[in-house]
Write a protein that binds this ligand. Structure first.
Ligand SMILES: Nc1nc2c(c(=O)[nH]1)N[C@H]1C(S)=C(S)[C@@H](COP(=O)(O)OP(=O)(O)OC[C@H]3O[C@@H](n4cnc5c(N)ncnc54)[C@H](O)[C@@H]3O)O[C@H]1N2
Ligand code: MOO
Ligand code: MG
Length: 398
């Protein structure tokens, strides 16, 4: 059977470049930058005042002058005003440009102002203090953000500051989520005693929305002909098909056969893991990829994070996420020689270690306890006894 590691590699061999598109910068959060953002002028663009107070020429202090006539008041955004004499100062605000005739700012806290005069009542004044000099952060033309970066709020701020109203970003694949099974009714419906509501599709959609994808959702009844027709249409209209359910050994598990009939190349079926053993992955001639996850909700949830999101990051050219490790908080046994993804709650202890406490549950059909789960701990297939204090890799949901 395909191992977790092999499955991961086989999936990462199916990457595709979906091109680029230009978006209003405010809509680009969470997308991948496809161009460099450059400084359109020096940063800061002028010698900028960093404290509200008075601006003086330092030579005055050297000459023993500590009381100044207030010549004018200059707000941020005002044109600079000049002093004519050494015993003059300007009241000046944070963010204002420092006028050429002055070079040092003393904070309001360190001066007393009375009858149009400002007297400095501190001794320690340095030439050029409380200024942020032009171009000390970045020079005009310098790259502020490289292509390939995930667009965070900090990148949005950079784009705004250099006047980039639009950003070139990587295009996202078109994704469809397909659930299957006659036991499933819609969320607004009341299930009969032997039915349940569809939930997987909405879990998958929510996770995808966290990654800026806007998937469509369809449902297929347990009917081989309809299954085939619907999947065929999806293969023509989407880049990624995310299925959940209908892929195991059941009499109504029609998905693998339908995919085979439609000549979707099977890359693997079944992975040595729990949950998620029946996972099916394949590729269509158009380049579309098919992730068919097992229907049990925890299996779908785990596989989506472990396999699909890793593929998504890679296909968009984002670097691999740095691994995170946690310490197992109590002994745990798992006998079968397959990798176990243990649901855990994470907490950092005062020693700075990330501690993972296993969550009791009733298998991969028990989705109620996903609400308490922070992550899966990846327990390797080669072992069956996992001891308190041992360190394992964490599969996080963020
Ligand atoms: N004889 C065997 N039986 C099963 C095996 C096996 O190896 N041999 N594997 C088990 C494992 S592990 C899993 S996981 C499931 C996978 O089943 P399918 O992918 O075929 O999924 P279904 O049969 O359609 O459904 C399983 C389960 O999940 C519920 N489900 C399905 N879709 C949804 C949805 N959209 N929202 C909420 N719940 C959903 C469904 O009602 C079933 O309870 O097979 C085991 N059996
Ligand atoms: O492997 Mo299944 O995904 O346990 O329920
Ligand atoms: Mg089944």
């Amino acid at each position: 059977m395909t191992t977790v590691e092999e499955a991961g590699k086989l999936i990462l061999a199916q990457l595709k470049d979906y091109g680029t598109e230009s978006l209003p910068f405010e809509q680009a959060l969470g997308r991948v930058l496809a161009e460099a953002i450059k400084a359109d002028r020096d940063l800061p663009p002028f010698n900028r005042v960093t404290m509200d107070g008075i601006a003086i020429n330092y030579q005055a202090v050297e000459n023993g002058i500590l009381t100044f006539k207030i010549k004018a008041t200059q707000a941020a955004g005002d044109e600079p005003v000049a002093i004519d004499e050494l015993d003059e100062c300007i009241e000046i605000m944070t963010g204002a440009v420092i006028p050429a005739s002055v070079n040092t700012v003393i904070r309001y806290e360190d001066v007393a102002i009375r009858a149009g005069l400002a007297s400095i009542h501190v001794r320690d004044i340095k030439h050029g203090q409380n200024l942020h000099l032009q171009g000390t952060d970045k020079k005009q033309g310098a790259v502020l953000a490289e292509p390939g970066l995930l667009i965070t709020p900090a990148i949005i701020s950079l784009a705004a500051s250099v006047g980039k109203t639009h950003l070139l970003v990587k295009k996202l694949p078109r994704v469809v989520i397909i659930s299957s099974g006659d036991e499933l009714v819609d969320v607004h419906e009341t299930p009969s005693p032997y039915q349940i509501r569809k939930s997987n599709s909405y879990t998958v959609k929510a996770v995808l929305q966290q990654h800026s994808l806007q998937p469509d959702i369809i449902h297929i009844p347990d009917d081989p002909a309809i299954t085939k027709t619907q999947i065929q249409q999806c293969l023509q209209n989407y880049d990624v098909l995310l299925l959940s359910g209908g892929i195991s050994m059941g009499k109504f598990d029609y998905i693998p056969q339908a995919l085979e009939d439609l000549q979707v190349e099977k890359v693997f079926h079944k992975v040595a893991q729990r949950p998620g053993k029946p996972f099916w992955f394949g590729r269509y001639q158009s380049g579309a990829v098919v992730f068919a996850f097992p229907g049990n909700p925890v299996a779908t949830f785990m596989c989506l994070h472990r396999y699909f999101l890793t593929w998504l990051r890679a296909t968009l050219g984002l670097p691999e996420q740095l691994p995170v490790y946690a310490v197992l908080n109590r002994d745990f046994q798992f006998q079968p020689p397959i990798q176990y993804f243990l649901q855990v709650k994470l907490q950092s202890n005062p020693q700075g270690q990330l501690m993972a406490s296993p969550i009791e549950g009733n298998g991969s059909g028990d989705f109620a306890n996903l609400a308490d789960t922070d992550a899966f701990l990846e327990l390797p297939a080669e072992k069956s006894d996992f001891k308190k204090g041992e360190v394992f890799k964490v599969l996080r949901f963020d």
